[in-house]
Design a protein around this ligand. Structure first.
Ligand code: PEP
Ligand code: MG
Length: 761
């Protein structure tokens, strides 16, 4: 035992040397752990140093010790919360006790011989805020360990966390027990897009692994930190002042919060303190973040937990500055059966991943009607949303199954579960094959009504689905998607090219092009917009079109040219007043005149329709049906406005049901007037794609609905097994009757389907 302590900095250097040496010599993890415990004990003048690792059965197993009975290694265990070690694991907090035996949580483990020791210091081994084990030292004589020693222990615990996280301890033979980090976990989220995805985790914003934890020189590391912070602040300022951000309230707020954190003196001071205790700048940033995380994860305050995400993001940005590591590239997933995990994602970011290797998407936040999810549905990939905290439970490459039907994520699944899911995938494939057989059959109900099943689309890669799904046409072509995935405003000729491709792919099948529906949650980075208090009720769609007619004119001209010699169907989103339709019609007529004057061939018929999304239209229905050639209910927006429920707010998801009486009465009112006036009627929101919801729509009088291509098969199977008139007779009396607490008719529909053999899967 040395006579004087070399100090914590010295200790950190020695630990780094052990790691470096042993890597070179290819020594095994067990002997490295032993060397580390011996070295810590010697350096801290402690008689005991031990490492406990958390197993999958939530037991903390003694993995290495200097000073306790070596026979106890891999035998002695504590449950979480049991004894001092268990307390550290359950609270994720360090303990520094001069007389451990006086602590109420102290527990005597006879096999270790620890009754001889009185002083105890223990720290949690944390990785991304998650407890993986506990590191302790003990002394015979009562003593208080200095703060710098505690800091040094916490830092060494980070080195151990990386060893455990990298799977190095798995090779140690311990009669088949597994570690917690490798255990199977089920995470319940919400079903955003149906289907099953099997593959491996690919983090959209991956953790940066800090390999250089220990610093050589304090001044150099502090200078590096400040350089990185300056670069970070500059990049945040740049983002805030960019045109894109000026237009987008949400992002702007997040970035303003980042800017505030990035200038937070407390945060910077804590990182500097860690550097002074011997860490590299990145090691210090990671340590402070891990501590923050552990603290915030235990907090029940939702505001704090939400801030945790922001702090995480900021810390990752700083780490990336310090390590010079960039984002992973979407192309990195190639050949990997990737399940991409992100906090949230825009439609354009998701499209970057498109290709045969993308098997599924998990969002920590997001909502089912957000645009990334709509695009995911178009791509036919399952999505599980609201998987809070998943990022901190996984690492790149972890095996995973996501069940988009149930909204469940099975992390590192056991073999039998994997086998069960493989079978389920085969079963689904067989079902898909059955749907394919239905492809060329008409959607005729048992009582002989023909239902048009259209599909929604918006990008070129949707087009092959028209033939594959057997859809009757494109009921909604979201033209804004081309604008959203492009980094500059698509010019008229680019628009015309896309529209031409669409009409040619559709052949005889009709296509309804919706004019640009931007604003709200659909942001175009290159289009200047002023920040709005309430974007969903702000400058959107029709309002932008009429204020900036240049955009609308260019689009209508492109559409007219692309549909030369065919039928052109144009649909207007977010109409509030019929005078807006008149204004568009004037612009359209002027474009027709312009093209005629210049000798262009025109479409042989032009139909102008609108979307029923704004409730004000419900009191203009008779006039509306006279004004336009067709109407299509945009149930996503109509529901959001009728129920006053933000479609993008995850906290409100599932609170109100589309099958509730008030909303169904609204839908029936539109259908009644359309049918009475013989106006073509369609519904193209997400509800059309769910067989049970589609059943209700048929009973209300809808005979044309539009959905994602993957839903066409299941909805057709439902139509072909349903007697619409029988359902109508049963359902309609319930629509106006019923108590308020029986507001949804979901159960009624389910019972009807069960008793009448309606295919609902
Ligand atoms: C709708 O609102 O129902 C709709 C189809 O339009 P979007 O989802 O593109 O807003
Ligand atoms: Mg809409």
């Amino acid at each position: 035992m040395p006579t004087s302590t070399p100090g914590p900095r010295e200790l950190l250097k020695r630990i780094r040397a052990i790691m470096a040496e042993s890597q070179g010599q290819d020594s095994d993890a067990e002997s490295r752990l032993n060397t580390i415990t011996t070295d810590i004990a010697r350096n801290m003048r402690a008689e005991v140093c031990s490492v406990y690792v958390l197993r999958a059965d939530r037991e903390l197993e003694l993995f290495a010790t200097e000073g306790l009975n070596p026979e106890a290694v891999h035998k002695s265990t504590l449950t979480i919360g049991e004894g001092l070690v268990g307390l550290i694991a359950s609270s994720a907090r360090s303990l520094n006790l001069p007389d451990a035996q006086k602590h109420p949580a102290f527990q005597y483990l006879p096999e270790t011989g620890e009754e001889l020791y009185s002083s105890f210091m223990g720290v949690p081994i944390l990785r991304a805020g998650r407890v993986l084990g506990v590191l302790t030292v003990q002394n015979v004589d009562p003593r208080i360990y200095a703060d710098v020693e505690l800091e040094a222990m916490e830092t060494i615990a980070m080195v151990l966390a990386e060893m455990i996280g990298a799977g190095e301890l798995l090779a140690i033979d311990r009669n088949g027990t597994t570690l917690d980090l490798e255990s199977s976990i089920n995470v319940t989220g919400a079903s955003f897009s149906a289907g099953i995805g099997m593959g491996q985790i690919f983090l959209h914003e991956p953790r940066v692994v800090v390999s250089q934890l220990v610093g050589e020189d304090v001044d150099t590391e502090i200078a590096r930190l400040h350089e990185a912070l300056d670069a970070l602040r500059l990049s945040i300022d740049d983002m805030i002042s960019s045109d894109a951000m000026r237009a987008d309230g949400d992002h702007r707020e997040v970035l303003e919060a980042y800017r505030m954190f990035a200038n937070d003196r407390g945060w910077v001071r804590r990182i500097e303190e860690q550097i002074r205790s011997g860490l590299s700048a990145e090691g210090a940033a990671e340590k402070v973040q891990s501590d923050n995380r552990a603290r915030m994860m235990r907090s029940s305050d939702p505001y704090l937990r939400e801030r945790m995400h922001d702090f995480d993001d900021l810390a990752y940005r700083l780490l990336r500055q310090l390590t010079g590591r960039d984002h992973v590239m979407p192309s990195d997933i190639e050949g990997k059966d990737a399940i991409v995990v992100a906090r949230n994602m825009g439609a354009a970011e998701l499209l970057d991943y498109r290709g045969s290797s993308l098997r599924g998407l998990v969002l920590e936040d997001g909502t089912p009607t957000s645009h990334a999810v709509i695009v995911a549905k178009a791509m036919g990939i399952p999505v599980v949303g609201r998987a809070r905290g998943l990022n901190s439970l996984v690492k790149n490459g972890d095996p995973v199954i996501i069940d988009g039907d149930e909204g469940t994520i099975y992390l590192r699944p056991a073999q039998d579960l994997e086998a069960a899911y493989s079978e389920k995938v085969q079963f689904r494939a067989a079902r898909q094959a059955r749907y394919r057989e239905l492809k060329d059959t008409p959607a005729i109900s048992l009582d002989g009504d023909h239902v048009r099943l259209n599909m929604n689309a918006g990008l070129v890669f949707d087009l092959p689905q028209l033939a594959e799904s057997g859809a009757d046409g494109i009921g909604l072509f979201r033209t804004e998607l081309q604008f959203m995935v492009s980094s500059t405003l698509p010019r008229g000729d680019a628009q015309q090219r896309l529209y031409r491709e669409v009409v040619e792919a559709a052949g005889d099948k009709p296509v309804t092009f919706r004019t640009l529906d931007i604003g709200g949650d659909k942001v175009l980075p290159y289009l200047k917009q002023t920040a709005e208090e309430n974007p969903a009720l702000g400058m959107r769609a029709m309002r932008i079109a009429l204020d900036r007619p240049g955009l609308l004119k260019a689009q209508l001209r492109s559409l007219l040219k692309a549909a030369a010699g065919r039928e052109l169907r144009v649909m207007l989103p977010m109409v509030t007043l019929l005078s807006e339709v008149d204004a568009v019609r004037r612009i359209l007529d002027a474009e027709v005149r312009h093209l005629t004057r210049h000798g262009h061939e025109l479409p042989n018929i032009i139909r102008l329709g609108l979307m029923v999304e704004v409730p004000a239209l419900l009191w203009q229905l008779e006039d509306l049906m006279e004004t336009v050639d067709f109407v299509s209910v945009g149930s996503n927006d109509l529901f959001q406005f009728i129920m006053a429920v933000d479609r993008g707010n995850a906290a409100l998801m599932g609170r109100y049901d589309e099958l509730s009486r008030p909303f169904l009465r609204v839908l029936k009112k539109v259908a009644d007037v359309a049918n009475r006036t013989d106006t073509e009627l369609n519904l193209c929101g997400e509800m059309a794609g769910k067989p049970l919801n589609a059943m209700a729509l048929l009973a209300l009088g809808y005979r044309s609905i539009s959905m994602s291509p993957a839903s066409v098969g299941p909805v057709k199977a439902m139509v072909q097994s349903l007697n619409i008139e029988a359902l109508r007779r049963e359902l309609l009396p319930h629509l106006d009757a019923g108590r308020f607490d029986e507001v949804t008719i979901r159960e009624l529909l389910e019972d009807f389907a069960a008793h009448n053999g309606v295919a609902l899967d």
